[in-house]
Design a protein around this ligand. Structure first.
Ligand SMILES: CC(=O)N[C@H]1[C@@H](OP(=O)(O)OP(=O)(O)OC[C@H]2O[C@@H](n3ccc(=O)[nH]c3=O)[C@H](O)[C@@H]2O)O[C@H](CO)[C@@H](O)[C@@H]1O[C@H](C)C(=O)N[C@@H](C)C(=O)N[C@H](CCC(=O)O)C(=O)O
Ligand SMILES: Nc1ncnc2c1ncn2[C@@H]1O[C@H](COP(=O)(O)OP(=O)(O)OP(=O)(O)O)[C@@H](O)[C@H]1O
Ligand SMILES: N[C@H](CCC[C@H](N)C(=O)O)C(=O)O
Ligand SMILES: [Mg+2]
Length: 494
């Protein structure tokens, strides 16, 4: 890839502080981390949560940067051959530059971006599977579980956020296009939208799943959290929105005549589901659209799974795909790793490993399990450290309300005291309700959950889903809920 800085910034407001953008050849890479610079790179200085990238401009140049983009003054004096440009906001300019550098890949594919508190990854899997089976599309997926195209992983980095920074995002989109992708489904997290990682991406359909409390540490209030989510609907061409969530009205106000709705309660929704039959293996329902009724099913139990299925069907329809084929494909959806993933122990206990890590998702998953459980429900869960503390007590209350026995444990304590996190969860629990035990070590907690279960009981292990790690302090150690369940279930005592 060879590009002149002047091409990357053509028509974009900037001030040249030194050097000639027309002579600055970016022949290596663009990066916002000085430590990734090689000879012929461009460095974009951005403010992070701990420090300001502008402090590392000197380091970037020493390592080979030929072009530097800043949004405020820098102290380092630059060698004359380095071109330095100033823009109003480097986070806003980064996506423009990155997208151009990689040849505007989002324009060459149908890009769908999914936002909402819960269900983004689930909808991505459903879209991927439905489009692959129904219309043989080559689908790229970008999200919490990494990036893949046609089921082939394209970058394995457990630290990559749900929605990558713009530089990585457009690089990934280009790789996907080069590997023949025609459609990309990406998760757009509220943090990413706020940090402008998704700007300047050509998004055909923006999908809204729901908005419930989470990430209030980052956003401050539900109103600000909502405003972050709404940013997506200022940049996509069309929207698919959950009519049963009041935020769909805000989306409709932003995009009049460009919103397709789905729902269970709203009789006016464009795609509506009714007559749900929820079973442990899945959910059957009737889908109503345009005066027609379709028999549908999804192999995940619960109303929440139907919402995700409706979002998938509506989006595929908007992309021009055949409805019958898409609905048919949903019935054959393979299990989604770590989302209501089921395992039956030799003793006859049903174990569900699920990524519920917010009050609403825990409520949805547990009430679904409660709905079909014939015997006791045992829940093992914790809450992440260095993340929204306000969700801890409500999650404790929800776990206790729907379970007969709860083991409160650790879930990525990070730099917090695991005992203090458990204390905060237990503030939501009451002495009079279900039995509660605290076991800080997650493996021991799962073992306890399995040990107290009798044949026919259901054990929910919630919070980590398909994560392959436990973060304790600054250490990341291997940990996998499902693997742990299988190992422990093989022990005769369990
Ligand atoms: C907490 C947070 O917002 N972090 C973002 C931040 O990184 P940081 O805070 O570690 O950065 P910093 O250490 O303050 O450094 C500031 C800048 O100086 C640069 N630097 C730093 C040191 C150096 O020697 N040289 C150098 O150039 C850094 O690369 C950075 O660009 O700035 C980086 C880009 O400049 C982001 O990639 C990074 O996102 C990280 C990966 C992250 O995980 N963010 C979380 C909050 C996130 O995005 N989460 C969402 C939500 C998921 C959900 O919905 O649940 C997600 O999409 O995953
Ligand atoms: N539509 C939904 N409404 C409420 N809860 C849901 C919904 N879909 C899934 N869930 C629950 O939320 C959990 C997380 O789902 P998923 O991973 O799809 O969400 P996400 O939005 O991608 O989350 P993250 O922000 O962590 O990436 C699931 O394991 C399930 O418990
Ligand atoms: N994307 C979510 C993941 C949370 C998963 C949970 N296991 C935790 O670590 O809190 C977040 O960053 O809030
Ligand atoms: Mg996700």
């Amino acid at each position: 890839m060879l590009m002149k800085l002047s091409d990357l910034l053509a028509g974009y407001e900037h001030r040249v502080l030194q050097g000639d953008p027309g002579a600055a050849d970016i022949r290596a890479c663009i990066a916002y981390d000085s430590r990734r610079m090689t000879a012929g790179s461009m460095y974009i200085a951005m403010r992070g949560s701990r420090t300001d990238g502008h402090r590392f401009v000197g380091d970037a140049v020493v390592r080979g940067a030929v072009a530097v983009m800043v949004d405020h003054e820098i102290e380092d004096s630059m060698p004359s051959q380095v071109c330095v440009v100033q823009v109003a906001d480097t986070r806003a300019a980064a996506p423009v530059v990155a997208s151009r550098y990689f040849g505007e890949p989002s324009r060459e594919m149908d890009v769908v971006a999914v936002t909402g508190t819960n269900g983004k990854t689930s909808v991505s899997y459903m879209m991927e599977s439905a489009l692959r089976t129904a219309v043989r599309a080559r689908v790229g997926v970008i999200g919490t579980d990494g990036c893949r195209v046609a089921h082939e992983s394209i970058r394995i980095d457990t630290t990559t956020p749900t929605t990558p920074e713009a530089v990585e995002l457009h690089h990934i989109l280009r790789c996907m296009r080069d590997r023949g992708a025609d459609t990309v489904v990406m998760e757009a997290s509220s943090m990413a939208l706020m940090l402008r990682r998704v700007d300047h991406t050509d998004i055909k359909v923006g999908v809204f799943t729901n908005l419930t409390p989470d990430h209030l540490d980052n956003h401050g209030s539900m109103e600000q959290y909502k405003q972050a989510k709404l940013l997506l609907f200022r940049m996509c061409h069309q929207a698919v929105a959950n009519a049963d969530d009041p935020v769909s009205a805000d989306i409709a106000a932003l995009m009049p005549r460009a919103v397709t709705t789905f729902g269970l309660d709203d009789a006016e929704a464009d795609f509506r589901a009714g007559d749900l039959v929820v079973e442990p293996t899945g959910t059957r329902f009737v889908l109503h659209h345009d005066g027609r009724r379709y028999q549908a099913e999804v192999p995940i139990p619960g109303r929440f799974a139907v919402y995700n299925a409706l979002a998938t069907v509506a989006t595929c329809h908007l992309l021009g795909h055949d409805l019958d084929a898409v609905i048919g494909a949903l019935a054959a959806l393979p299990p989604i790793p770590g989302r209501f993933e089921h395992f039956r122990t030799p003793k006859g206990v049903s174990v569900v490993v699920d990524y519920a890590h917010s009050p609403d998702s825990l409520e949805k998953v547990l009430s679904t399990i409660r709905g079909f459980a014939r015997r006791r429900v045992i829940t093992v869960f914790g809450c992440g450290g260095d993340r929204d503390r306000t969700k801890r007590a409500p999650m404790g209350e929800i776990a206790q309300k729907h379970s007969d026995f709860v083991v409160v444990t650790s879930d990525n304590p990070r730099n917090e005291d695991p005992e203090a996190i458990i204390d905060q969860i237990m503030l939501g629990m009451h002495a009079t309700s279900a039995q509660v035990q605290r076991i800080t070590d997650r493996r021991a907690a799962i073992e306890r959950g399995l040990a107290v279960a009798d044949p026919g009981d259901i054990v929910l292990v919630a919070g980590k889903g398909a994560e392959k790690y436990q973060i304790i302090g600054d250490q990341t150690v291997h940990f996998d809920d499902m693997e742990t369940v299988r190992q422990l279930a093989a022990k005769p005592a369990n």
